[in-house]
Design a protein around this ligand. Structure first.
Ligand code: FES
Length: 115
């Protein structure tokens, strides 16, 4: 009796894709707005220094609407229970999991989010 060795096919990860979700001017400075990028709900923030950041739309703690959160140059604070997430890597300052960050850029005034 012989055994046949079969290799599992390589795992296929979806390629990141860039989506135009709206205009930069749709997001007032210092605020966030919710958008959909290719079926993924995201929250995009335009900080007062002009920088853009994007996260998953729902807070990893209990699903709070992160687009309604308060921001500063370093963190995003969820409006529901006030956990804070660092822009640098998405990690939380409290005892909760990280938030997912997405690349976002301004392309001729359009917000382009890669998910
Ligand atoms: S739902 Fe965001 S901190 Fe609780």
């Amino acid at each position: 009796m012989s055994l046949t060795h079969t290799e599992a096919p390589p795992a296929t990860a979806a390629e990141p894709t860039a989506y135009g979700v709206g205009r930069v001017d749709d997001v007032p400075p210092g605020e966030g707005r919710a958008f959909v990028a290719g079926g993924t709900q995201v929250a995009v923030f335009r900080l007062r220094d002009g920088s853009l950041h994007a996260t998953q739309a729902a807070c990893p703690h209990a699903g709070g609407p992160l687009a309604d959160g308060q921001t500063d140059a370093d963190v995003l604070v969820c409006p529901l229970h006030l956990y804070a997430y660092r822009w640098s890597d998405g990690s939380a300052t409290g005892n909760v999991g990280p938030v997912r960050l997405y690349p976002v850029r301004d392309v001729d005034g359009e917000l382009v989010v890669t998910v």
